[in-house]
Design a protein around this ligand. Structure first.
Ligand code: SAM
Ligand code: SF4
Length: 475
């Protein structure tokens, strides 16, 4: 059943499929705009208006190189003016790679007999968490294959184990999840363990392509996956992350699918997803997909800019799948979260770092192998404020991304000071001396820029308290 606002009441749209391929193709084929129209649409986004599907399609169809530049410039301005310079850092922690599905792009798929199958024991999970705390991490995303062993209770237990690890001055303060879809009861069980965001990527919104690449297991069911985060919402998880795996089908279709997904959430649950992810397919053990839809670098940069403008309230995540030069570039177009020091090998964080990846032990290849500190150092040098802040989530201020964007002064009052406090903690506990010096210069500069802000004196006091050994201070 397809969602059409005029036909179905909002209540009826709950947990119902909402993608109409004809609607999407119609928009791609017929929504064209001249220069003036494209500029109006960019301006609407800068005026903090969510773009419609049609407006997004017009941006997608803008082929003139100058207009593409204007779209990118618009995304850059939106990012700078609205979100400021903070970049939130996290790391993925793979808990288990058993999988009963047969996704043709994924190394973990059931038919890959060469894949080493590992599920971290309680002790291994603790050891990995300690290794991540030792890097300086405060936010993790736990990742699991889809397997009866990884029940909702199992996932909830692993979340509690991670939260329970206290190590030197550190601990993990926010655990997000990327796992298979559950029923409502399952999502409730996981919610009760205190998770942050539950991420599930649709992979492709195009149903025939979905059928082609998902050849076995529960994941074959397109609708079960499409409505997964509706069930999460019904279970009380209002903090969800969506995504599409770019390279399986036409990127234009996937961008409109993602925007349609956001619309669905806003219409039905009055809150959009917290984050959007836009992974590109990377090499993996026996990767088995057509090359027809692989997304080129310039298309990738374009689609990220369009997404930024289309859904200005939604956080955007860029991972170490992308090489450094693409990460540097795309960061400017509105990405709000990146991973650092990433290692996909199960149990890999607590082992000596290897120079090459072994694809029989990892889901796919990553292309940015920098350590967390290398990334922190680079961000600081470029003038970004790396942030490990988890304050909103812990104070129950959910929808924080929306507040950042829509509540005047929210970033200055809360986000920037909290980012600086978590940066100071990092500098004290984990940074080498030269990063520490650069970091404190950045903190001083940013505090002076906040000088009209009421929290400045309290912020200076709190930074001093961090230097004196206090931890976990926030506004
Ligand atoms: N098994 C769960 C699932 O499929 O939903 C958890 C997620 S999976 C371990 C994490 C995500 O990695 C998938 O949703 C997919 O988008 C992405 N992924 C899988 N294979 C990939 C590849 N070869 N390159 C890039 N991303 C990939
Ligand atoms: Fe399993 Fe997820 Fe990989 Fe599919 S993407 S094979 S479900 S781990």
């Amino acid at each position: 059943m397809i969602y059409h606002p005029e036909i179905y009441s909002i209540k009826d749209q709950r947990m119902k499929p909402f993608i109409d391929p004809d609607e999407i193709w119609n928009l791609i084929n017929h929504s064209k705009g001249d220069k003036k129209r494209v500029r109006e649409i960019i301006q609407a986004s800068l005026d903090k208006k969510r773009l419609s599907l049609e407006e997004t399609a017009i941006l997608i169809n803008a082929e003139n190189p100058d207009l593409i530049e204007e779209i990118k410039e618009g995304a850059r301005t939106l990012k700078e003016k609205v979100y400021g310079e903070r970049i939130v850092l996290f790391a993925p922690l793979y808990v288990g790679d058993l999988c009963t599905n047969n996704c043709q792009y994924c190394g973990f798929r059931s038919e890959n007999k060469e894949m080493k199958r590992i599920t971290l024991s309680r002790d291994e999970l603790i050891t990995e968490t300690m290794a991540l705390i030792d890097q300086g991490h405060k936010r993790l995303i736990l990742v699991y294959g889809e397997h009866p062993k990884y029940s909702a209770e199992f996932i909830a237990d692993t979340v509690k184990i991670v939260y329970g690890v206290k190590h030197n001055n550190g601990e993990i303060r926010r655990v997000n999840i990327n796992a298979a879809p559950f029923d409502i009861q399952g999502f409730r069980t996981i919610k009760d363990s205190g998770i942050g965001t539950f991420q599930i990527f649709q992979e492709t919104y195009h149903e025939p392509t979905y059928a082609k690449v998902h050849l076995g297991g529960v994941k074959r069911n397109y609708d079960w996956r499409l409505t997964a985060l509706d069930r999460a919402q019904e279970a009380g998880i209002d903090d969800v992350g969506i995504g599409a795996l770019f390279g399986l089908y036409d990127w234009r279709f996937e961008v409109l699918g993602l925007v349609r997904h956001v619309n669905h959430f806003e219409a039905v649950y009055k809150v959009g997803p917290h984050t959007i992810s836009f992974p590109r397919v990377q090499n993996a053990l026996k990767l088995n997909i057509s090359k027809d839809y692989l997304v080129k670098d310039d298309e990738f940069v374009r689609l990220v800019s369009i997404l930024r403008l289309a859904v200005p309230y939604t956080g955007m995540i860029l991972t170490a799948r992308e090489p450094r030069h693409i990460r540097d570039q795309v960061l400017r177009f509105g990405v709000s979260q990146i991973d650092g020091g990433t290692n996909l090998e199960l149990g890999g964080y607590s082992k000596a770092k290897k120079d090459t990846q072994d694809l029989t032990m990892e889901q796919f290849q990553i292309n940015d192998n920098r350590s967390l500190n290398e990334i922190m150092d680079e961000l600081i040098k470029t003038g970004y404020i790396p942030s490990f802040c988890t304050a909103c989530y812990r104070l129950g201020r959910t929808g924080e991304h929306f507040m950042e964007f829509s509540v005047p002064g929210f970033i200055k009052r809360f986000c920037s000071p909290n980012a600086l406090l978590t940066l100071a903690e990092y500098l004290e506990d984990y940074a080498p001396q030269d990063t520490k010096e650069k970091g404190y210069k950045l903190i001083d500069k940013k505090i002076s820029e906040l000088s009209e802000n009421q929290n400045v004196e309290r912020l200076r006091e709190k930074v001093k308290m961090v230097k004196d050994g206090k931890r976990d201070l926030y506004f």
